[in-house]
Design a protein. Structure first.
Length: 84
């Protein structure tokens, strides 16, 4: 949680996170992660499982009350697109 607070104090910082780190964040700090992500000018989630892509969309809709457009180019993006 301290890391989230420190990151939020850096205006204009972009968030780049891999699948393993994303799991830790969503399992333990879902709301804080979404708050931080929504305040960033850009967020890149790389090396994520299809279920993680769908989870991010669901968390954005739940906590941030945002409308989501999910765009994918392969079969591993189906869950994310359906969640949106």
């Amino acid at each position: 949680e301290e890391q989230f607070n420190r990151f939020q104090k850096r205006p204009g910082a972009c968030l780049v996170i891999d699948g393993e780190s994303l799991s830790i964040c969503t399992d333990n700090f879902a709301r804080q992660f979404i708050e931080v992500a929504c305040n960033c000018p850009s967020v890149v989630c790389c090396r994520c499982a299809p279920t993680q892509k769908a989870l991010i969309v669901r968390l954005l809709k739940l906590y941030a009350k945002k409308r989501c457009a999910a765009i994918g180019d392969g079969g591993n993006d189906v869950a994310m697109i359906q969640a949106a």
